[in-house]
Design a protein around this ligand. Sequence first.
Ligand code: NAD
Length: 367
Amino acid sequence: MSNPSLLILPGDGIGPEVMTEVRKIIDWFGAKRDMKFDVSEDLVGGCAYDKHGTPLHDDTMAKAQEVDAVLLGAVGGPKYDSLDFSVKPERGLLRLRKEMDLFANLRPAQCFDALADFSSLKKDVVAGLDIMIVRELTSGIYFGEPRGIIEEGNERVGINTQRYTESEIDRVARSAFELAMRRNKKLCSMEKANVMESGVLWREVVTEVGKDYPDVELSHMYADAGAMQLCRWPKQFDVIVTDNLFGDLLSDAAAMLTGSLGMLPSASLGAPMANGRPKALYEPVHGSAPDIAGQGKANPIACVLSFAMALRYSFDQGDEATRLEQAIEKVLADGYRTADLLGEEGKQPVSTSEMGDAIVAALDASL
Ligand code: NAD
């Protein structure tokens, strides 16, 4: 049987720096756990524009469609700010998401014990937190028609349309139920069925899909109440599923419960391929951080955790993903901190590569 395939797109700014650390970890799994991947690497974003005049070459797009998973660093930077919208670095990422039809965006909010003091919430509210928000990514108000700014009488009117088909709700709900089955079998669906028809339909379809997952405890919550509950007692949740707009807001709020942008991974999943694996793109939530690029200051953990998600959701290696997460927990408990995790303490930070090396050492220690 051939090895699972992984396309790595480091991108711009700190993207290549954090990806170098992920490569060390991929090599470790190959050498020490006999998990070999067919890894290929290509360009996306500004660096692809510099070479090809487009932020995503057609050949790269074709490769992304073929592999078992894509791992992306970050794109963008001030050098490209004045480019035409059609060739901006971000368009490369948007094209990947669109053409791979990645409709389920997974955003975990996981609090490592060693960083519990770093949250703006009280320690007992966030310590041990481990929840997953599933956001619908390809439909809803960001895409619905009609849209635009029109003249009406003597003033302008801004219009966006929230629109969801049953099948769009069905497929993202199924992804969320499948996830809940692998976790603590609790799913909370959030919408505004009290004031939006699309919310009424959302609730009906999610309830219907739930009949196929009798082991999962399904609950419904209005999204505004959900936002309050996320801040009040987030540990009441396991998996949350919600639409594109509410998911955008709720996942950012939930992520910040846990501290730094440098710690946040994400996955975007599509329909299953012929081999049963979902189409998948894994990437840290952060951008290319031009303010610290090239200085060895970037925290590689968000990108490493994105690879851990790939192990779990694309390669069926949940135990190895847990091993990697525990290695990160250990280096944090041992006091390793990149500059973004230091706060006001005034300690000496470790560099990007020192953090990567420490994680590899912790992996060694796990054997
Ligand atoms: P950003 O995420 O790049 O940076 C925001 C702040 O967080 C900066 O101070 C940065 O130094 C810090 N930061 C981010 N990641 C970090 C890490 N791993 N370790 C330590 N500190 C980290 O967001 P921005 O400054 O708004 O955008 C910069 C560029 O990145 C822009 O061109 C933007 O379009 C692009 N961007 C790309 C993506 C993506 O590739 N998915 C996402 C967001 C922004």
